[in-house]
Design a protein around this ligand. Sequence first.
Ligand code: TTP
Ligand code: MG
Length: 389
Amino acid sequence: MERTIIHVDMDAFYATVEQRDNPDFLGKPVIVGANPRHGRGRGVVSTASYEARKYGIHSAQPISQAYRLCPNGIFLPVRGKRYVHVSRAIMAILREYSPVVETVSLDEAFLDVTGTERLFGHAEEIGKQMKVRIKEQERLTASVGIGPNKLVAKIASDLKKPDGFVVVGREEVRQFLSPLPVSRLWGIGKKTEEKLANLGITTIGELALLSKKTSQDCFGKLGVVLWQYAQGIDDSPVISSREAKSISNELTFQKDVTDIQVLRETLLQLSEKVGYRLRSQNMVGRTVTLKIRWSDFSTYIRHKTYPKSIFMGDTIYAGIFALIENIDIHQPVRLLGVGVTQLSRADEHQMELFGIENGKSQIVDETMDRIKNKFGEKIIGRGLHQSGR
Ligand code: TTP
Ligand code: MG
């Protein structure tokens, strides 16, 4: 079926919220991520305003490096609760335009507007209206991409940031994707990018010229997916976040892994991502799920149910950790997955705890300490990773 998908992504989200709340910061380099409790040297940049990006500052960069690049920048702590609040207001605006809104993170959502055209006018008009509403009501700018599927809509929204608006018609998909670097596609990390470069492939157009079989021979199952993406094919549905039954994240290793330390670190990262996505969607869960796919493709799934609702990456990881401890790693691991089920909406009390700086419960801290004691500071010392990706 022909679909029309809109992707919305707020511009420099945490930083623009700070600029809006403190007009003195408007037009200046604002860097969010400084942790006043830890002094200047520790932690990473959550995000930087577009003014700060001119200095080479970006998300996930050590904050110490950002200080060196822009000593006169405005360095601010993360105000998690504030962004959750603003995010809710933005998502409420989006829900006025379609019942099918999938929130991917605090500042990002997909809308399936197939069939709503008759009510609202064309998708293009909907996209424009949404931008205006967000600007007028929240005084923030969003970048919007429109396409026949999620992949194309997402790439489109990112292309003309900030304040971008890119519409890709059904007939224009190939032409649109062709000149873009392969790294724009989902599933292409640094390693795959390098492998493709060795084959002389740097653009999506070049990748699209590979036969499906060659792509599969080079990259296995991933090759088939990449081949489809390169053709602009993506059938994944927009799943209304209100109907989500589980929130999960999984990772297939480039090469099968036996090293327990690597497995634990990966599980920690996956747990943090799942925790972040839960919080972004104002959800809590009760059961954690560990999924392991072995090198022979057999799959192993184990669950652990908590007496209380959970939503922090550390707590999720504590459950996953207990599960993996009891598993005999008898063959190399191909894929790891972490999920949370038995979901419900977070209540106000739980929302209080979403405040990222001040919200760690005692249990979480104790768990972190136990893990740190057992495996050293490094495994968990990066702090709460706030990216949903
Ligand atoms: P993004 O949408 O990736 O980034 P952004 O909104 O700051 O900038 P833009 O979309 O214009 O490129 O992420 C949304 C928010 O998530 C971001 O404002 C801060 C947070 N975040 C982190 O805390 N750590 C990260 O590594 C990333 C990528 C984002
Ligand atoms: Mg954004």
